[in-house]
Design a protein around this ligand. Structure first.
Ligand SMILES: Nc1ncnc2c1ncn2[C@@H]1O[C@H](COP(=O)(O)OP(=O)(O)O)[C@@H](O)[C@H]1O
Ligand SMILES: [Mg+2]
Length: 231
């Protein structure tokens, strides 16, 4: 579902160039759950942004679901992103002036689904996340955990094939953290969604089937441990 080949990124800042990612090659199958760890500033968000069609690489190709993302024009790429890719961020990225319900409906509004259908889907998801009675609240009236649940509902409403999560549990209490992780697991198990998760939490990272690490812009994969019991 994802093939990247020799993808690198250099940022230009005040005439100086910063190498955020050294040429990286990686493929990920549909339905895999992949964690990415690494120190702050090592290039994790840069990689995720390039996978998500939000940041053009300096070199290399990014293929997602058979599309060469940066060969698409801007509007085709944003349509593709809307339909196929869901994002979950550390800071939730909810629209502050919209209610919880309106935030969840946002991806559908863009896709022009029918109004009543949209509303029901959004309410269903809010209910599933225990937020039925918060539908009319603005993000500022919600706790961090509740905001992240709204953000998850917004991500899941369009059933994206690929979920990119950038430290989604970084600002959360333990209960909300567990809920976010359970939800991402369900996405993978129930709907075969591919999940790529950047995290600082080593126990979360360890629970992934595939573990990637980025150190100073160099992407490496940890080999799965040998299962001695079944050997
Ligand atoms: N828009 C930008 N312009 C210039 N440099 C950037 C930009 N975004 C990130 N960087 C630099 O690229 C490197 C990797 O950043 P990032 O991908 O955000 O790391 P991480 O997510 O692992 O903390 C850092 O040195 C950072 O300062
Ligand atoms: Mg980051």
């Amino acid at each position: 579902m994802i093939q990247i080949e020799n993808v690198s990124k250099e940022y230009q800042r005040r005439g100086r160039s910063v190498t955020a990612l050294q040429p990286a090659t990686l493929s990920v199958e549909q339905g895999e759950f992949v964690s990415i760890v690494g120190p702050s500033g090592s290039g994790k968000t840069t990689l995720l942004s390039m996978l998500g069609g939000m940041l053009a690489p300096t070199s290399g190709t990014v293929m997602v679901l058979g599309e060469n993302l940066y060969q698409l024009d801007v509007s085709a790429r944003s349509r593709f992103r809307n339909e196929k890719i869901g994002f979950v961020f550390q800071n939730f990225n909810l629209v502050p002036w919209l209610t919880a319900l309106e935030n969840v409906q946002l991806p559908l509004t863009i896709g022009r689904a029918e109004a009543a259908v949209q509303r029901n889907r959004a309410l269903e998801l809010l209910e599933r996340f225990g937020l039925a009675d918060r539908a009319d609240h603005k993000p500022s009236e919600l706790s961090a955990g509740q905001q992240q649940r709204v953000a998850l509902a917004r991500t899941l409403i369009s059933t994206p094939r690929l979920i990119l999560a950038d430290e989604p549990t970084g600002n959360l209490d333990p209960d909300s953290r567990a809920m976010v992780m359970e939800t991402l697991r369900e996405c993978q198990k129930q709907f075969d969604q591919t999940v790529i998760l950047v995290t600082h939490d080593s126990s979360i990272a360890e629970s992934a089937e595939r573990k990637l690490r980025i150190t100073e812009g160099v992407l490496t994969e940890e080999q799965p441990r040998l299962n001695v019991a079944s050997a």
